[in-house]
Design a protein around this ligand. Structure first.
Ligand SMILES: CC(C)(COP(=O)(O)OP(=O)(O)OC[C@H]1O[C@@H](n2cnc3c(N)ncnc32)[C@H](O)[C@@H]1OP(=O)(O)O)[C@@H](O)C(=O)NCCC(=O)NCCS
Length: 179
């Protein structure tokens, strides 16, 4: 393991660095299957854009972590907590498993456990928020399995594959405080 930050059974999480900018990361960001429900799907991604994004995340309002397969030390995706609002003690969460061979094997569910534990127990946050398109079955299952609650829906928020779709908003609350 290289500079592990949070360690689970299948994965460990470490900070994303400029060394991660390469062909693999570029492939993820342009893969139609991976980006099918992502906001940036409409335009191609470049190494420069990825590099700029990583640089922009090195601040006290953001935690940008690489998801690494423990058994092979392969970087397989990223999870992002931010922006963090330290006044209201809440943050948004976004996730991406770029290597499709790793889908459906419980990786993101484990990442959720690691990140929410860190957010609530170490960062002292109170609420995590995320949103996904109504058609993103995998993401909906991850949120539901992790016990996140549906807070509402933004009607016809995205235009995808020839139709407008709802955005489903989820939240998770620190269980030592009421929601
Ligand atoms: C959506 C995504 C995060 C799911 O990650 P994952 O590691 O495959 O999820 P898990 O393996 O932890 O799955 C949790 C449950 O959802 C199910 N699931 C995952 N993807 C699924 C899919 N595409 N269709 C149906 N079920 C799916 C799993 O089988 C599992 O169910 P189980 O607990 O009953 O066995 C991953 O596919 C991904 O990163 N996709 C591309 C980017 C994206 O859409 N991100 C989300 C934007 S909000």
């Amino acid at each position: 393991m290289q500079a592990p930050f949070l360690v689970g059974d299948k994965v460990y999480l470490r900070g994303v660095t400029q060394n991660d900018v390469g062909e693999k990361y570029l492939r993820w960001m342009n893969d139609p299957e991976v980006t099918r429900y992502m906001g940036w799907r409409a335009f191609p991604s470049s190494k420069q854009a990825i590099s700029d994004y990583i640089a922009s995340q090195h601040n006290s309002h953001s935690l940008f972590l690489a998801i690494v397969d423990k058994s092979t030390d392969e970087h397989v995706g990223n999870v992002h907590l931010g922006p963090i609002d330290w006044v209201h003690r809440r943050a948004e969460l976004a996730m991406l498993l770029g290597e499709t061979d790793f889908w459906g094997k419980g990786y993101m569910s484990e990442v959720f456990e690691l990140v929410t534990q860190h957010a609530f127990q170490v960062l002292n946050l109170h609420k995590l928020k995320a949103g996904t398109e109504s058609g993103n079955i995998g993401a909906l299952k991850v949120f539901n399995k992790a016990g996140w609650v549906e807070e509402g829906r933004l009607k016809a928020e995205t235009y995808r594959e020839g139709e407008f779709r709802d955005m489903v908003l989820f939240a998770s609350f620190c269980n030592r405080e009421n929601g």
